[in-house]
Design a protein around this ligand. Structure first.
Ligand code: ATP
Length: 140
């Protein structure tokens, strides 16, 4: 059976994750509070719904606990990101990946039980720097 993913928050990061998962043949439920974002992803994601992920009943009615992996890509609103993550943990989601905005955010996300925390800008900076160094080493 195909793996079921849910992406909450369709900014540049969440949107790119959503598109990439679909390209890899995965089933993706896209969730965003903004109607514009949902309209944009309606033809890309397997399903797209306008919803506030900080609402526990909404998450339950979407059957979020049955998804294999949920990605929380709410960056700016740290409170919403933390609350959403906490409810996903409480509902027993098996794999939860969350985008952190800063080190404090990351610390809280780890404490409340996020399985993986990513800092896209920082992580990509580290990768690119390694890449530059290893390329230079080969060049010399
Ligand atoms: P990026 O840096 O990835 O481009 P962004 O700055 O465009 O992110 P953010 O404000 O970090 O956007 O939020 C990402 C998305 O999360 C937005 O599309 C926003 O509508 C959505 N979002 C914010 N709060 C909620 C919420 N409570 N429930 C669902 N979606 C939300």
């Amino acid at each position: 059976m195909k793996k079921q993913f849910a992406v909450i928050g369709l900014g540049r990061f969440g949107g790119s994750i959503c598109q990439s998962l679909v390209k890899q043949g995965m089933e993706v439920l896209a969730i965003d509070i903004s109607e514009d974002k949902i309209n944009k992803y309606a033809n890309i994601a397997t399903h797209a719904v306008i919803a506030d992920s900080t609402d526990e009943d909404t998450l339950k009615s979407l059957g979020i606990r049955n998804f294999d992996h949920v990605i929380v890509a709410i960056g700016d609103n740290i409170q919403s990101s933390i609350l959403t993550t906490l409810m996903l943990v409480e509902q027993g989601v098996r794999h939860i990946t969350v985008k952190a905005q800063n080190d404090y955010h990351e610390k809280v996300l780890n404490k409340i039980g996020a399985h993986k925390v990513v800092h896209p800008e920082r992580d990509m900076g580290v990768r690119i720097a390694h890449n530059i160094v290893s390329k230079n080493v080969l060049d010399y």
